[in-house]
Design a protein around this ligand. Structure first.
Ligand code: ATP
Length: 689
């Protein structure tokens, strides 16, 4: 008994006690604990799903309080993107793990009764529960699984194992290569051979783009990671050309481009087409690149590529019905969650290559997992083997820095980080680097002293200043909503049937201008709720536009309303995160359509057919991933919180191409957020070691 800590039970609310006694009898959770769970659920601190799951687990065997508390926490963490619970994290600093108000975890513990004081004993008690499967044990459908010190919901463990084993298998599966051909191909794509420099010892002097291509062609899995503008797309266009040139039947090579969102997919396709058309001329003597590029299908979202079945978790394509593809390139891979990554790997035929592109430092997906971050654990340090260095030398003429030759894993051999930004050399790039490194003083200094006009910090921002910025820009920066509002006022005059007689083309050209103008500026909020959250800022701007008669709002739908799709609709061809603009239908000016820009094309959907949309003057940083705007205004709330962290700031800043404005109603929130890093708990890194 000496190892057990006895916790006094808190005084309880009689009404809740009564409910708990009845329900507890039905599902086996001890009454005091159940009452506390009910209370926390009603206060919105616990997810209903988590409590229901805990009650379900209690019914399956002994209602051990250690097990039940672990279930509650595990389920809570799953809702925040973690794929498992590390028991030592819970025992050492539960408040940091859960981000709960002081005393809440203690109250929950108190209601559970005596609990072990150390994680070793906690783990031992969990391992003894019949609802928990241990790796070496007989599987009889236990809902939970304990691996080392990590507790999992079964499906997340399955996804992690599936991703780790498929990645390792594909990364170490060599492709037959003629080294001489690779060398020649790289020379013609990147210019004359750069002779290996035996003295090379710094990452900066190495041509990582050339190395990335050499590494990617040698096996069935590779990752090209790098910050914004480091040339991921530039490199992958050259990689495609290299693959075509190495293939005996290039015209039969099935290459598919995909991304998590429709917008990111369209951007990828556009960028690759542009880069390939530049290369086609250069390569015309060696390869009919223009023809080969023209045969490539349009880029797809991952959901549509895999054949998502509405309202289910299953996909049409899987190991039993694999994708018809030889090379799959997935951009914005930081947004791909664990379950989706497992589905992609499952649906690839054994001979297919998978190439992931993305920025490992960006926000992870909303759903559980931080797959790209986990897969890139060695990207910065390199971790290459001597064999890899020898291959890179022979295939590309480049020498890997000696300091990076300390690798072990197959995955590290197939991961390349691009390190030189071609687009973000200026103040925005410097700020992104300082923020990524968590340097509070340097980041604040850059924001406060920039005299190029590219950066600005409204340190004690007030809502009228935000409004002024949104509707008129700031000194030297015109990018705001003004150009789009002015275009709205210059709308072509429509009469019924106006589209007839060839006028529709002119109308669509105006629509496109409106969409492009709107995309020059965006307000990104860190949170959804509150005055400084998406809902508050959208309301503020809408009200101001009504008062200033820029828009005429008679119902939810009005001409000039920018909207974001919040749920995929395969029938209508609109996807979560797509941004559109509501404008009159030229055929019937009294009805409204929502127009979307897809690459160069404008397409539209009747506004009333879109059920899942929200107004999009402001959007969350999460939703902005995969998009870029000339001017970004990043709005932080008055108070920080566990979700306001470095990755969010970095992602927001790197959405800005030319101008970045930070608005903080309380300046200290910026520094606090910079010092906080989002830590997604997962076992993937451990499985990949
Ligand atoms: N080696 C290079 N030589 C010349 N220009 C380059 C090179 N690498 C990249 N660029 C140029 O730099 C710009 C950024 O490159 P690219 O768009 O490929 O970067 P990215 O990493 O894909 O960016 P993002 O993060 O926005 O997707 C492009 O204009 C590209 O043509």
């Amino acid at each position: 008994m000496s190892s057990l800590e006895l916790n006094p039970t808190q005084p309880a609310n009689p009404a809740l006690q009564e409910i708990a006694a009845v329900t507890a009898a039905q599902h086996g959770v001890p009454a005091a604990l159940d009452q506390q769970l009910e209370l926390l659920m009603q206060q919105g601190e616990l997810r209903r799903l988590g409590v229901a799951f805990t009650r379900f687990v209690a019914q399956l065997g002994t209602a051990d309080p250690v097990l039940l508390l672990s279930c509650v926490v595990l389920s809570e963490l799953e809702g925040r993107g973690h794929s498992c619970l590390r028991i030592p994290d819970l025992l050492s600093d539960p408040d940091a793990l859960l981000g709960w108000p002081a005393g809440q975890w203690q109250a929950l513990q108190n209601s559970a009764g005596p609990l072990p004081a150390s994680s070793r004993l906690w783990l031992r008690q969990l391992a003894a529960c019949s609802q928990v499967l241990l790796e070496a044990e007989l599987d009889h459908g236990q809902p939970l699984l304990l691996v080392d010190d990590r507790l999992y919901l079964r499906r997340y463990w399955n996804y992690e194992c599936a991703v780790a084993s498929a990645v390792q298998r594909k990364a170490s599966q060599p492709r037959p290569l003629d080294l001489q051909q690779v060398r020649q191909g790289l020379d013609s794509l990147f210019g004359a051979t750069v002779d290996a420099n035996a003295n090379t010892d710094t990452a900066q002097t190495v041509d990582w783009q050339r190395i990335a291509c050499a590494i990617a062609v040698r096996s069935h899995f590779s990752i090209i990671t790098g910050g914004p503008g480091t040339g991921k797309t530039y490199t992958v266009a050259r990689l495609l050309a290299l693959l075509f040139s190495l293939s005996a039947q290039a015209e039969q090579l099935r290459i598919v481009l995909a991304a998590p969102t429709g917008k990111a997919a369209a951007r990828l396709k556009q960028a690759i087409d542009h880069a390939l058309s530049g290369l086609a001329e250069k390569m015309q003597d060696q390869l009919p690149l223009a023809e080969l590029a023209a045969r490539m299908a349009p880029a797809a979202t991952l959901h549509s590529l895999l054949g998502a079945r509405p309202d289910t978790r299953s996909f049409r394509h899987h190991a039993g019905n694999p994708l018809d593809v030889d090379v799959l390139i997935v951009d914005e891979a930081s947004m791909v969650h664990l379950e989706m990554m497992a589905a992609i790997l499952d649906a690839l035929p054994p001979h297919a290559m998978l190439i992931l592109l993305g920025d490992k430092d960006q926000l992870a997906s909303v759903e559980a997992g931080a797959v790209l971050g986990d897969l890139c654990q060695n990207a910065s340090a390199g971790a290459y083997l001597p064999d890899t260095a020898a291959y890179v030398q022979a295939a590309s003429g480049q020498q890997l820095p000696a300091a990076m030759l300390h690798g072990q894993s197959a995955l590290a051999q197939q991961t390349v980080m691009l390190r030189e930004s071609r687009r973000f050399g200026g103040p925005i790039g410097q700020l992104a680097l300082a923020v990524n490194a968590g340097e509070v003083a340097a980041s604040s200094h850059l924001l406060q002293t920039d005299n190029s006009g590219m950066l600005s910090w409204y340190a004690q921002a007030q809502l009228p200043a935000l409004l002024q910025l949104a509707l008129a820009g700031r000194a030297g920066v015109e990018d705001s909503y003004l150009p789009y509002l002015q275009l709205l006022q210059a709308a072509p005059v429509l009469q019924s049937g106006a589209a007839e007689g060839g006028k529709e083309e002119g109308y669509l050209a105006w629509v496109k201008q409106v969409l492009l103008a709107f995309d020059r500026f965006r307000i990104l909020c860190a949170v959804r709720e509150g005055e400084w959250g998406v809902a508050g800022v959208n309301g503020l701007i809408e009200q101001a536009l009504i008062a200033q008669r820029w828009i005429h709002k008679r119902s939810d739908w009005y001409a000039g309303r920018p909207v974001m799709i919040t749920r995929n609709d395969y029938g209508l061809g609109v996807f979560n995160g797509d941004i559109g603009m509501t404008l009159p239908d030229p055929q019937r000016p009294d009805s409204l359509r929502v127009y979307f820009l897809q690459g160069e094309q404008v397409r539209s959907v009747l506004a009333t057919r879109l059920a899942d949309v929200e107004t999009a003057f402001a959007m969350t940083v999460h939703k902005s991933q995969g998009s870029e705007f000339s001017h970004v205004a990043l709005v932080l709330p008055e108070q920080g919180g566990s979700l306001l962290a470095r990755e969010l700031l970095y992602t927001g800043i790197t959405r800005a191409r030319q101008f970045f404005t930070l608005l903080t109603p309380q300046p200290g929130v910026f520094g606090d957020a910079l010092q906080r890093q989002t830590k997604r708990v997962s076992g993937l890194s451990a499985l990949l070691r």
